[in-house]
Design a protein. Structure first.
Length: 120
């Protein structure tokens, strides 16, 4: 089963890891939705600028620094994902505690590495 993924902190800039993550998720046939500050499209995926009530999100992969994550805590928990991936630079022990309280798995990992090593 493919793991529908929300890329939170998606960028239109091709040199950003979040942009490359969207490309690699699509290339791996993983249903992908994205949220970012600027509306646009990457590999056929629309980057939404409003927080939508996405259904059946399996994974949220974060590309926001810990300070920027705070305003999204409740939103991410409300999606009830199976896991949250904290990419390098997004590690956030405060948020880990909240995720644990809601029985949401999390890992400090790189989405791109997980994809390239078939561990996603």
């Amino acid at each position: 089963m493919k793991k529908k993924t929300l890329v939170l902190g998606a960028s239109l800039k091709p040199n950003r890891y979040s942009n490359y993550a969207v490309q690699r998720l699509v290339a791996n046939s993983i249903e992908t939705v994205a949220f970012g500050l600027r509306k646009g499209e990457v590999s056929g995926v629309t980057i939404d600028t409003e927080l939508l009530d996405y259904e059946t999100i399996h994974t949220v992969t974060l590309y926001l620094n810990p300070k920027r994550q705070v305003e999204y805590y409740n939103y991410i928990v409300s999606l009830n994902p199976k896991r949250v991936i904290f990419n390098p630079g997004t590690e956030n022990p405060e948020f880990y505690g909240l995720l644990k309280e809601h029985n949401i798995a999390f890992e400090e990992a790189c989405t791109l590495v997980l994809l390239s090593t078939n561990q996603y």
